[in-house]
Design a binder for this molecule. Sequence first.
Ligand code: FEO
Length: 170
Amino acid sequence: MLSKAIQEALNEQIKQEFFSANAYLAMTAYFEDTNFPGFAKWTRLQYEEEIAHGMRLFDFVHARGGRATVYAIDQPASEFASPLDVFEKALQQEQRVTERIDRLYELAQKEKDYATQIELQWFITEQIEEERIFNEVIQTLKLAGDNQAALLLLDRQLGGRQAQQSEQSA
Ligand code: FEO
């Protein structure tokens, strides 16, 4: 059974995951509009992953006898200066999510909620991977600079991303 505090914190995290999803969808719209189909495909898959993250927590709350609450979510940013600007903002967003997951984990430790700690370990591992990937793309975009050929090559490369197996079944 979830404590009231843990349930509230998990519901807040569900909201955050759906906010992240919408933020990636807005980035997808920007990339579609600026003719970067590869980047658009990549952020669209990221959108789908965030939905899966939110639903994973939604299902966990109910599996533990709790009740999920669906909150209103804020409108995400939709205007960007460049692909680099998009990925830098996305990394900042992921870093905020990591901080929230860490705080949630601390709360689960304080409340001796072992099941929630185990569930959150999956998210902690996922955040390490997401921050790593975003940092990698940012470094490549910085190297590309204003070189259109390099940007198009990276667009094509990121367009080759496949959906994660675990996300498809999450
Ligand atoms: Fe659900 Fe990008 O973390």
